[in-house]
Design a protein around this ligand. Sequence first.
Ligand SMILES: Cc1cc2nc3c(=O)[nH]c(=O)nc-3n(C[C@H](O)[C@H](O)[C@H](O)COP(=O)(O)OP(=O)(O)OC[C@H]3O[C@@H](n4cnc5c(N)ncnc54)[C@H](O)[C@@H]3O)c2cc1C
Ligand code: FES
Length: 266
Amino acid sequence: MFLGKVQVLSNKRLSSSYYKIGLNCDSDLFKATPGQFVMLRLTSGIMPFLRRPFSVHNVTGKNNNGQCIDILYEVVGEFTGRLSEIRAGEWVDIMGPLGKGFALTENCSKIFIVAGGIGVAPMFFLSSYIIEKKHVDSLDIKVFLGARTKECILCRDDFYNLGLEIIVTTDDGSEGEPCFITSSVEAALAQSRPEIIFACGPLGMLKSVARIALKYGVPCQVSMESLMACGIGACLGCALEGNDESKYLHVCKDGPVFDACDIKFV
Ligand SMILES: Cc1cc2nc3c(=O)[nH]c(=O)nc-3n(C[C@H](O)[C@H](O)[C@H](O)COP(=O)(O)OP(=O)(O)OC[C@H]3O[C@@H](n4cnc5c(N)ncnc54)[C@H](O)[C@@H]3O)c2cc1C
Ligand code: FES
């Protein structure tokens, strides 16, 4: 695990309140696998005091200045607001990679990837990682992107460039079907079942994906969110109730990616 300062290579607004920051990465960060996260802190000022968790969006390049870790983020509060003002050449404090990412099985080739809103952040890394391990020709990956509006659809071109089939829905119907993405997932499942579903997004979406996966008997892994203080299993602040009632799960250490059957969705 790496803990220290890294230099900002780029920080661009993509649309609406979404940004992508590229960080010059240390060799340990380079070992991140899809679904793992990093904890970021600003190097100027004391506030916000606590590091904030962000999924690894992509890891690129292998030499000198080309070694880069990307974070895709939405401005929602003080930290993300200040992060959006950082310029190339400045520094951020980073700890990672952390947590358990998506468990990839060798023999799965028919895959549904379901992302709601900023939940798309770890899914591009996941898709490109799977393609790197296998070849796109031997894979059948459908990417389901759900967003509030057309402006909030993220990474569509990136998935397209990977050669993947993309299904888009928006809550307001400004692009794709006017429905939640889970309706499209269920319609596609009813026609042809994947071997596995990977999902990341708002809690309501994950709950719905988990229910659909269970109904059709398809294994499903979900990336969960929780407020985090330490990110390494020390403060117990990120506890989630597991399906086994005697057991609490910690998002930072046991996750953030879980088998959907292990989570008690309320
Ligand atoms: C494992 C993990 C991976 C994440 N990956 C990403 C990512 O790739 N991109 C991204 O934009 N965000 C991601 N998040 C969420 C991100 O950590 C928060 O949006 C960020 O900490 C907000 O900080 P802030 O100071 O800007 O906002 P705050 O002022 O702290 O919060 C603003 C609002 O967001 C809510 N909020 C803050 N943190 C969380 C959280 N962890 N879960 C649910 N609600 C929260 C607060 O309750 C408040 O309503 C991830 C969270 C986790 C746990
Ligand atoms: S954030 Fe401290 S235990 Fe998970």
